[in-house]
Design a protein around this ligand. Structure first.
Ligand code: HEC
Length: 150
């Protein structure tokens, strides 16, 4: 119930902005919202990576490992769309929009590795090759090093 109230609160807050957004979705897009949106997606990726680390370290139940990779997969797909608008700011470096094909290639590579990790986690649970698959799926640094402020 508390969770439900929280969700309702957010939806009510959002509904204030809805009439503006529906009038013209493109023009109503504000830079700060575009930046906040992609940062929320990245925060989800951070949370899922932390959870995966806990599972692989044997600190918590491991049955849902695959599902954390599935959330990561959706997040990477969301990120691709979220970085489409050329909105500099936050910790994003302008190089993202100068080399957008390369930036997207990194997200595609991530996506491929995560798909592999899901398959392996479904078969092996937290054991077997899952650790190795996770290293591939969580190669977040290779993008951050180039496209994100330190
Ligand atoms: C293709 C590039 C790319 C990949 C891959 C990527 N990130 Fe990011 N990430 C970024 C950029 C760019 C930002 C800065 C966004 C901004 O501030 O506008 C960022 C920001 C973040 C942030 C800070 C969010 C905030 O504002 O609090 C976290 C946490 C994060 N990423 C986690 C991850 C994790 C975990 C992964 C891997 C599973 C990952 N990222 C993969 C590009 C990437």
């Amino acid at each position: 119930m508390r969770l439900l109230n929280g969700v309702c609160g957010i939806l009510m807050a959002a509904s204030v902005a809805l009439p503006v957004a529906s009038a013209n979705a493109q023009q109503a897009m504000r830079d700060e919202d575009v930046i906040a949106y992609r940062q929320e997606i990245m925060k989800t990726m951070g949370a899922q990576s932390a959870a995966i680390g806990q599972i692989l370290a044997g600190m918590v139940p491991d049955k849902m490992l695959f599902s954390h990779f599935e959330i990561l997969l959706n997040s990477v797909r969301q990120a691709k769309i979220a970085f489409e608008p050329h909105v500099e700011g936050g910790d994003a470096l302008p190089a993202i929009w100068k080399n957008h094909a390369d930036f997207n290639a990194k997200l595609d590579e991530s996506e491929k590795n995560i798909v592999k990790a899901i398959e392996i986690a479904k078969k092996d649970g937290a054991g077997g090759r899952s650790g190795e698959a996770a290293v591939g799926a969580l190669s977040c640094k290779s993008c951050h090093d180039i496209y994100k402020k330190p």
